[in-house]
Design a protein around this ligand. Structure first.
Ligand SMILES: Nc1ncnc2c1ncn2[C@@H]1O[C@H](COP(=O)(O)OP(=O)(O)OP(=O)(O)O)[C@@H](O)[C@H]1O
Ligand SMILES: [Mg+2]
Length: 296
């Protein structure tokens, strides 16, 4: 009885009820409803982003992004062109550092370490957090060298032949190319080239693979092969994929983050959640409009 009398007036004070000081404080304190709390996956985080903002010169491309990216899951980044998906992806392995005039604010931690801290070596960051691009970009070298080159540069001193085979097998390409590893990487089909690039990324033994629209230059069959591969690789790696293809995000990812540029053109995180929930029961009207093709 007492409990009820206390609890009810605190949350819903009647106009005429005398408001005690603690009650007033409690009432005025922000009362996060379950739906407005930021979503965090239950798995341990590989990346934690806290209020990440990013500028290209004077142009702000990302604004106050906070996000937890879980281990051994596929996280998809979706949103209309120009909302900052690639920029966000590149913030995760300091690839943007290579662009002059950029500025980063906020925090990106990787397994608890701030990757923008002064004592962090960006080369090591990029080794651990590999990247696969939109357009397959093999080196103009043999299939073998495409894989061995990066591993050698990164100081790999083990059995190179075994590493090349392992990486090609992991990328589901070995059976198609094992008969002729001397063939140029550029002589492969688009889908094979993309798997070669994935094998190349795997050869330096990363922990995370960032994929920026990895299938956008591929036909549907090659796309499905890459998606199968993603499902296989995620047992061992954490994968973050940018895609414009809603079906692809729904097919391969466990979690989805939806970004949208604000009036100033800076990308903001609109909604983040389990992929199935985001696609079937989005919390935000803007998410629903985007996934049902009403804009973007
Ligand atoms: N190197 C750069 N210099 C200046 N501005 C840039 C640079 N790269 C991107 N931008 C700008 O930052 C914003 C976000 O770009 P970004 O490439 O991250 O978007 P995106 O969501 O990946 O788009 P898309 O779906 O078309 O690939 C855009 O306004 C873009 O013009
Ligand atoms: Mg992009």
């Amino acid at each position: 009885m007492t409990e009820l009398r206390v609890r009810v007036p605190l949350r819903y004070p009647r106009e005429d009820a005398p408001v005690t000081e603690p009650a007033r404080q409690l009432h005025e304190a922000p009362q996060p409803e379950a739906w407005s709390r930021p979503f965090a996956p239950p798995e341990p985080s590989v990346f934690s982003l806290r209020n990440l903002s990013f500028w290209y010169g004077h142009k702000q491309a990302l604004a106050e992004i906070s996000l937890e990216i879980p281990v051994n899951k596929v996280t998809a980044l979706i949103g209309p062109s120009g909302c900052g998906k690639s920029t966000l992806l590149r913030c995760l392995n300091r690839m943007n550092d290579l662009i002059p005039g950029i500025r980063v604010q906020g925090e990106v931690t990787y397994h608890g370490a701030n990757i923008y801290a002064p004592d962090i070596d960006p080369v090591e960051v990029r080794r651990r957090i590999g990247m696969v691009f939109q357009k397959p970009n093999p080196f103009p070298k043999s299939i073998y060298e495409n894989i061995a080159f990066g591993a050698r540069v990164n100081g790999y001193r083990g059995d190179m032949k075994a590493l090349v085979e392992k990486s090609l097998r992991q990328a589901a390409l070995w059976d198609e190319v094992s008969a002729d590893l001397k063939k140029s990487g550029l002589a492969l089909s688009g889908g094979q080239q993309q798997r070669l690039c994935i094998a190349r990324a795997l050869a330096v033994q990363p922990d995370v693979i960032l994929m920026d629209e990895p299938c956008s230059a591929l036909d549907p069959i090659a796309t499905l092969k890459i998606e199968d591969l993603i499902r296989e690789l995620v047992r061992e790696f954490t994968i973050i994929i940018v895609t414009h293809n809603m079906q692809q995000a729904a097919r391969v990812s466990h979690y989805t983050a939806f970004l949208l540029a604000d009036e100033q053109g800076a990308g903001r995180l609109i909604e983040y959640g389990p992929t199935e929930q985001l696609f079937t029961n989005p919390r935000e009207k803007r998410t629903e409009d985007y996934i049902t093709g009403r804009f973007g």
